[in-house]
Every structure is written in structure tokens, then in C-alpha cells.
Write a protein that binds this ligand. Structure first.
Ligand SMILES: [Zn+2]
Length: 434
């Protein structure tokens, strides 16, 4: 081989490597402990070999191949990246959504969405299901920007434009009849309009459908306990979404709405506040619908300076009932998905939901499994995320202490890796150089 040809070949090899920077990179992580997300005893110590965006091998000790990057996290505990099944990343912590409709713009929501996505990722959430923006489809653009690497954020699944009935929880026209919000067209009444809303959502990039089956706490519409969509309307949403191979998430507080949503075959009952024994029995039987409560937000609604007193009053009633529903589900050994409804609690405090659930009697390991492998199963992404096992995306976080003994350590996530890329590292012990 002539020198010139060898030089050319070397150049080709170099350009291939540089065009796919992380695809071949090997990283070896080491920590005192690994909670792998599947619920078994922790591995102590633990090492994880990552190649490109995937986990290649997990063991107590592993060799560090030549050329690999070695990250020693010392006494830390490694866990899978957390999954939050209910966020609104493009909504701000300090602006009520009804106020946002009259005082903010979609570009503002997009910019704050980028900020909130970064804050959420840095808090250890590597995947989130985003349950609908105030300004329709801003979430689709946020997802695209994250996927393109333009802004750091969790892997997100988006609802696009949540579907509400006239006068229901998501009705953006809760003002005078003379005041319109022309850019928000999310009302659908009757099965035909719902089918059209589902198709429109998927046409514009939604990954799933969010339908408001009952009233809401932070709304002036129908009360949280009341069913706002008929059984036939909910069924129309599920039937149409199923044709597209995509799921429906149902916002549901009241017991009638919860049961109608379960019967229709939605994937998740979000909030599920008035969960009663009959609903628990129905959920145990179907196994296709999951209960996803949002519990820690009560204290934040109470403290908020922008939530009106009428909605705080709704919150007090609903949250107390919701805690009882959660304890009922726990006692029945129901799988319980984990979600926050951020920014009802501020973005970045996502792990507080885990902490709160533990304070209500859930074992720490059970709550961690909910936030990782169970949530992955609910998203039907169990082949890709939710546990630190070979073949999964390399989504890993680390905390200083042991969350099994002190769940509050999850408040301070010091290391974040998503798909093999390190976004935060405040722990690694760097080898001393002379
Ligand atoms: Zn929500």
C-alpha cells in the first residue's frame, strides 16, 4: 500500500469517527452501589460499561478497556434515570395557565420549555411524558429540539393539544363570552369531534392523546369529581388512537370518570384521586390501564401566590381524598405509576413525589421501581429504558447517599447521563496527574 493511499484511508477513518462522536465511545462507571430499577437487592460495589448510547455490561467489577473513559463516582449510589409520567414542561412555575393564555406567547412557552427541560434533566429525569402545553404543539417543537441536541432535556413524549369538552377542565375560554383565545382549539364535544381532535393531534406530531375525563383542581370549569366526557366520547378517543397504535392518557379525578376511562381502555388514569375499591378491582383485572397519582403537589398549591383561593379550596378537598386512594391502591398491591404534574410542583423537584409516597407508607425500593421500570412498562418502553441492564439506553443518575435508607438523597442528583452522554458530574474522582 502506497503512503498516499494509507494517508487517504486514515483520513476516511478519522472523518467517520468524528461524524459519529459518541457511537463508539466506551465509558466505564464505578460506584459503591447500584439500584438497577428492577427491585432486587443493590449490587455493591458496581461497575457499568457503556458503549455509545447503550449499556453493554453490569457487574461488581469490570475491566476498563484501553481507550475507555473511566468515571469513578466513589461512595455514590447509581440508579436508572427517573421517568416522570406527568409534566407540563412548557408551562412556568409562577404563572397560572389561564393567566398565561392572556399574557404570554407561544415563543415564550418554547423558551421556558427549554429552560424547564434542562432543569428537569439535571434533577435526574431522563424521560418524561409531557401532558399538554397551554399553547398547543409547543411541546412537539420542544421534543424535536431535544432530539436534535439543540437543548438538553429528558427524552419526551408529547400530547400536543389536550382534548377537553366545552366547559370542562381544559376549556381555555373560561373568561367572558366576548373574550376569545383563537390559537387554542382544543374543545371537542361528541364522538365525531373527538375522533377529529385525535386525528388532528397525531397529524401535528403528538405521541399520545391526553383527554380530560373529569373536572380539574386548577380550573374554573366542571368540578374535579364530576365526569365531563360521556363513556361513548372516551371510547371514541381510545378507539381512534388505537387505530394509530398510540395510547390515551386520561386526566380523571372523580370515581365515575376513573371507571369510565378504565372501561374504555385508556393506558393511564392520571391523578385518579377518588379511586375507590371498585376502581381498584377493575384495575387489578384489566392490567392494561394503570393508575398514576400525583400526590406531592398539594403543598405547593397551598403555598402558591398565583392560584386563586377557589382553586386552593378544590385542592384541599381533592388531595386529602387522593391520599386515601393511594393508600387503598398500595394496600391492594396495585402497580402505581409515578408522576408529579410539574409545574404544579416546581420543575426540578420531581423526586419529591418519590419522597412523599415513601412518607405515606410505600417502601423506598417500591417507589424507585415505580419511577423507573414500572413507568417504562406503562410507556411500553421497557425494552429501551427503566433499568440498568445490558441493552438498555445508558440513562443513569447518581446520588451521594443511599436512597434506600434516606430517600431524601434523591433531592440532590449529582450525576446525570442520558443515552451515554454525561450532562452533569459533580461526583467523579479524577485520577491525580503529576
Ligand atoms: Zn397536568
Amino acid at each position: 500500500m502506497g503512503q498516499r493511499l494509507a494517508f487517504l484511508l486514515a483520513g476516511i477513518a478519522f472523518s467517520l469517527a468524528s461524524s459519529t462522536p459518541s457511537s463508539a465511545q466506551t465509558i466505564v462507571l464505578k460506584a459503591a452501589r447500584l439500584i438497577d430499577g428492577r427491585g432486587g437487592p443493590p449490587l455493591e460495589p458496581a461497575m457499568v460499561r457503556i458503549v455509545g448510547d447503550h449499556i453493554e455490561q453490569v457487574a461488581a467489577t469490570l475491566p476498563v478497556p484501553a481507550g475507555a473513559r473511566f468515571i469513578d463516582l466513589g461512595a455514590a449510589t447509581l440508579l436508572p434515570g427517573l421517568i416522570d409520567l406527568h409534566t407540563h414542561l412548557t408551562d412556568r412555575d409562577d404563572v397560572h395557565w389561564e393567566t398565561a393564555l392572556t399574557t404570554t406567547t407561544p415563543p415564550e412557552a418554547a423558551l421556558w420549555g427549554a429552560r424547564n427541560a434542562r432543569v428537569t434533566l439535571m434533577a435526574g429525569v431522563t424521560t418524561s411524558r409531557d401532558m399538554g402545553p397551554t399553547w398547543p404543539y409547543v411541546d412537539v417543537e420542544l421534543r424535536k429540539a431535544i432530539e436534535a441536541g439543540a437543548v438538553p432535556g429528558p427524552r419526551i413524549l408529547v400530547a400536543g393539544n389536550y382534548v377537553s369538552s366545552t366547559g370542562g377542565a381544559g376549556d381555555a375560554r373560561q373568561f367572558s363570552i366576548y373574550l376569545d383565545v383563537p390559537f387554542v382549539r382544543n374543545l371537542a364535544d361528541g364522538p365525531e369531534e373527538i375522533v377529529k381532535a385525535v386525528r388532528t393531534n397525531f397529524k401535528y406530531g403528538a405521541d399520545f392523546i391526553k383527554i380530560l375525563v373529569t373536572g380539574a383542581v386548577l380550573s374554573k370549569g366542571i368540578t374535579p369529581g364530576a365526569q365531563q366526557y360521556s363513556d361513548a366520547e372516551i371510547q371514541a378517543a381510545v378507539t381512534e388512537a388505537t387505530r394509530w397504535g398510540r395510547p390515551v392518557a386520561a386526566h380523571a379525578h372523580g370515581a365515575d370518570g376513573i371507571k369510565a376511562a378504565i372501561r374504555a381502555g385508556v393506558r393511564t388514569v392520571d391523578h385518579g384521586s377518588y379511586l375507590d375499591d371498585e376502581a381498584v378491582a377493575m384495575l387489578k383485572q384489566t392490567r392494561r390501564t394503570f393508575y398514576v397519582p400525583t400526590l406531592a403537589l398539594g403543598a405547593y398549591i397551598e403555598e402558591s401566590d398565583h392560584v386563586p383561593e377557589s382553586e386552593k379550596a378544590r385542592g384541599r378537598i381533592v388531595n386529602e381524598i387522593a391520599v386515601r386512594g393511594f393508600k387503598r391502591a398500595l394496600a391492594a398491591n396495585l402497580p402505581i405509576g409515578l408522576a408529579t404534574d410539574a409545574p404544579v410542583m416546581p420543575h426540578g423537584l420531581n423526586a419529591r413525589e418519590i419522597e412523599y409516597r415513601v412518607s405515606l407508607g410505600e417502601p423506598a425500593m417500591h417507589a424507585i421501581v415505580a419511577a423507573t421500570s414500572l413507568n417504562a412498562e406503562i410507556l411500553n418502553m421497557q425494552d429501551k429504558i427503566g433499568s440498568v441492564t445490558a441493552g438498555k439506553f445508558a440513562d443513569l443518575i447518581a446520588v451521594s447517599g443511599n436512597p434506600l435508607t434516606t430517600i431524601g438523597t434523591l433531592r440532590d442528583v449529582h450525576f446525570v447521563m442520558k443515552a451515554g452522554v454525561v450532562y452533569k458530574d459533580e461526583l467523579s474522582i479524577r485520577p491525580k496527574t503529576q
